[in-house]
Write a protein that binds this ligand. Structure first.
Ligand code: ADP
Ligand code: MG
Length: 437
């Protein structure tokens, strides 16, 4: 079989076996390079990806390839034609010790970052960078929605670097700070100081880089900072709410530099991770809440940052009113401000569900009963009934004149799946976050 065809077939199989965002991260830029004797060589864009594929999917890949080519094959990963070996590590050398000038909030560490399916790729990248800063994965570009933990992870990297070597100059700055510093430097004729500061960093962490949009002067200066740091092997980490290509009014040369290292996304956490994060936050505050209460909290349709706010509010109320942490006491506090009328309508439900599954609205409301349409249709039914309190008859009418019993069936199917199926929980949280954002 032709290599390309074989690889295409394998990717298709994999797609149905692993979560979509993992698939995208690990496999989107891979190819089958050659089969020689009993070896299959897979091309990967980064050593990092190769290593991760090796730990996560080696067996699976070997099995699939062996099956297709009808012989026992062992898999090797190659970056740009070069085989990556275990001891290929580069060494990071730092010059004379310096006074530590970092401004990192020590509260956010890699240790207290809860790892789940939604962020394990980004977390692995963060760990790899701490192991070996400034070399293989430079810059690291982390992107994702609000409150998914981008800033936390970035600070975690900075704190871990400092822990390993307290004399490193690690600069963390929100992008606004970089812009303001730049503007001030120009106004006060202090560009020399500005450059001395940023270009001497061993690690530069810039948060929410999307705000560089439209700031031409800043971009120009930053471009040179970037080049200087990269040539010195100083590690750079950036976060953003979107990929570089989608940042408006950003110079092309910056886009390509941002994308030239390792780009990883963080998805909104699934239900279990949300519960685990809440647990961790309680632990940090030296308290605990019943599992049931945490689960109830985690199911609120708000992002992690808001969820944490809610948790703090509840803990405070329990304390000031001297209440025991029982589910009976907590429940009323939870509902105090969380039950708000839905901020979306039935049209938005249709467009959001379709957008999530990459379908046309006409497909979802049409007569076709293909499997790929059924789950999205049922999810739409569930949300329309449960969140918008539409009647089953109205939902049926809206979704292509369907019978009300069909709607009841779809709604109840999702209701059950939500309780038992992790993947569905994740899908529902993702869709609901899109609906309320
Ligand atoms: P972002 O920068 O992506 O908007 P943050 O990093 O500010 O989000 O995270 C918001 C809050 O949620 C922080 O208090 C952070 O500690 C917490 N948080 C988010 N994800 C995690 C996680 N995986 N583990 C622990 N805390 C998390
Ligand atoms: Mg942030």
């Amino acid at each position: 079989m032709e290599l390309q065809v074989a690889w295409h077939k394998i990717l298709n199989d994999l797609k149905s076996q692993i979560p979509a965002h993992n698939f995208k991260t690990w496999f989107s830029q891979t190819s089958l390079k050659e089969i020689r004797d009993d070896r299959a060589v897979i091309n990967v864009p980064h050593a990092f990806i190769g290593e991760q594929l090796k730990t996560r999917y080696l067996n699976l890949l070997e099995n699939m390839l062996s099956q297709i080519f009808e012989k026992n094959l062992s898999v090797e990963f190659k970056v740009d034609g070069k085989v990556k070996t275990q001891d290929d590590e580069d060494i990071f050398i730092i010059d004379t010790p310096r006074q530590n000038t970092s401004n990192l909030n020590p509260k956010y560490t890699l240790e207290n970052f809860v790892v789940g399916l939604s962020n394990n790729v980004a977390f692995a990248a963060a760990e790899a960078i701490v192991q070996n800063p400034g070399t293989s994965y430079n810059p690291l570009y982390i992107y994702g929605g609000t409150g998914v933990g981008k800033t936390h992870l970035m600070l975690g990297i900075g704190n871990a670097l400092l822990f390993k070597n307290p004399s490193l100059k690690v600069i963390y700055c929100p992008s606004e700070k970089f812009m303001n510093d730049y503007v001030e430097a120009i106004q006060n004729h202090r560009m020399v100081d500005f450059r001395a500061k940023y270009r001497s960093a061993d690690a530069l962490l810039i948060d929410d880089i999307q705000f560089f949009s439209g700031r031409e002067g800043t971009q120009e200066e930053f471009f040179h900072t970037f080049n200087e740091l990269q040539s010195k092997n100083s590690q750079m980490v950036f976060t953003s709410d979107r990929i570089p290509q989608e940042i408006a009014k950003l110079e092309d040369r910056l886009k390509s530099r941002f994308a030239g290292g390792l780009m990883v996304d963080i998805q909104p956490p699934d239900f279990d991770t949300r519960v685990a994060i809440l647990k961790a936050k309680c632990r940090e505050r030296g308290t605990d809440l019943p599992e049931e209460a945490l689960k109830l909290l985690a199911s609120l349709e708000i992002n992690i940052r808001e969820l944490e706010g809610k948790l703090v509010q509840i803990l405070q109320t329990l304390k000031t009113q001297n209440l025991e942490s029982t589910i009976e006491n907590i429940k009323p506090l939870m509902n105090a401000r969380s039950v708000k009328p839905a901020s979306f309508d039935h049209r938005k439900v249709l467009s959001t569900v379709c957008g999530y599954f990459d379908l046309k609205p006409g497909e979802l409301t049409g007569p076709n009963r293909q499997r790929r349409l059924v789950l999205p249709r049922h999810i739409a039914m569930y949300i329309l009934c449960e969140d918008l309190s539409m009647t089953v008859a109205a939902v049926g009418q809206f979704l292509g004149k369907r019978d009300h019993t069909t709607v009841m069936h779809g709604r109840d199917r999702i209701k059950n799946l939500i309780l038992s199926d992790l993947e569905i929980q994740k899908i529902m949280i993702d869709i609901k976050q899109k609906l309320i954002s």
